[in-house]
Design a protein around this ligand. Structure first.
Ligand code: ZN
Length: 368
């Protein structure tokens, strides 16, 4: 009798253990992309292994790092290849074109906040320079999609305490604002006009700046439609809600997600929990993603026009991400409305293979 009880106890314990494992490693067929960001993970291909062996089916890399050979290698492994494209942060452009530097509320060139250099969004030469580069990437490489990066104003927000000066009050921006919104501004100095634009005319000013940035997205979309229409247009964007930092998403960064949704296929929200002051709380990742889903009416159901694929932080940046937190980060990053995920970033993770092993185990476990 004693033995029977003992056997039953052992059996129950085994069932629980198995169920525990099932719960911890449930399949997540709604996740179509299990990706890595930051280059070709050649280290994972040693000893005849494939990307599929690691559960990886998508690789995101800087458009400057694309080569036909790299793309062929990744495709041979069944992975989709996505390019990252720097829209508003090519600082080197200003060396030869100082008139493209953003102007601050004092009417002078605004120093880069935390050394993060943006560009005036109405500088036609810069815009053409980026559009030509975008077209060339799509024409030259058989990519499955291209993701805008840094598509926001001259502001350093990728930190626990953001630094977001008001810009751009150059003569060109002010003249375009006046003309396009049919606002009569007095014949005043730039600092006085900046004061009016951030005061009496703030709503129109904020909307106009958002519209300028959205119009860039419209043109990027048109180029995709002309050159590689099957490629997805994604954007890596600030993970704040519309209310955080007093509405800075629109007011400061000039990101109008609802307006951009007309042109964007995939929203890659960037909830870098350790970098942005949430290093002990990976559930912040799924809370921000859930907010985005509500805001843009994306549920994570098959066949939806828009998708949310968060990029989640496994690298040590700001605070470190411990090995035993990797699965929690990926768990929160792969909850609906997310239908894809990628990890940030291969460049440093390749030297932290214990975290890569955790990622790989999770990806394999959730793969259908
Ligand atoms: Zn300007």
């Amino acid at each position: 009798m004693k033995n029977i009880k003992k056997n039953i106890a052992i059996a129950v314990a085994c069932v629980c253990a198995v169920m525990g494992q099932v719960t911890a490693q449930e399949k997540r067929p709604h996740i179509e992309i299990r990706g890595i960001y930051g280059g070709v993970p050649v280290e994972l291909l040693a000893e005849g292994k494939t990307l599929e062996d690691h559960g990886i089916n998508g690789v995101f890399m800087g458009s400057g790092g694309l080569t036909a050979e790299r793309i062929a290698l990744l495709k041979k492994h069944g992975a989709k290849v996505f390019a990252e494209f720097n829209s508003m942060h090519v600082a080197g452009y200003l060396k030869e074109h100082p008139d493209a530097a953003p102007v601050g509320v004092d009417g002078k060139v605004c120093p880069p906040p935390q050394r993060w250099q943006g560009v005036c969004p109405t500088h036609l030469g810069y815009r053409k320079y980026r559009m030509d580069a975008f077209r060339k990437v799509l024409g030259d490489f058989e990519i499955d999609g291209i993701w805008l990066d840094y598509h926001h104003s001259h502001a350093s927000w990728e930190r626990a305490v953001p630094d977001m000066p008001d810009t751009c009050f150059c003569d060109r921006c002010i003249a375009e604002f006046e003309q396009e919104t049919q606002t009569d501004l007095p014949d005043e100095t730039s600092p006085e006009l900046a004061r009016l634009l951030l005061g009496k005319h703030k709503d129109e000013w904020v909307q106009w700046r958002c519209d300028v940035f959205t119009d860039w997205v419209r043109e990027f979309r048109a180029i995709i439609d002309q050159t590689r229409p099957k490629a997805l247009l994604g954007t890596f964007h600030c993970p704040w809600t519309d209310a955080e930092y007093e509405g800075a998403l629109r007011n400061k960064l000039a990101i109008d997600l609802k307006a951009q949704a007309k042109y964007v296929d995939v929203f890659s929200i960037m909830p870098y929990h350790a970098r942005f002051g949430h290093h002990t709380d990976p559930s912040w990742i799924s809370r921000q993603t859930e907010w985005l889903g509500h805001y843009l009416s994306i549920k994570g159901e098959p066949g939806e026009r828009h998708k949310i694929w968060p990029i989640v932080q496994l690298s040590d940046w700001g605070e470190s991400v411990p090995v035993d937190q990797v699965r929690a980060v990926l768990d929160h990053g792969t909850r609906r409305p997310a239908t894809g995920v990628m990890i940030f970033a291969w460049g440093s993770l390749r030297r932290q293979m214990e975290k890569v092993d955790e990622m790989s185990a999770f990806y394999q476990a959730i793969a259908p």
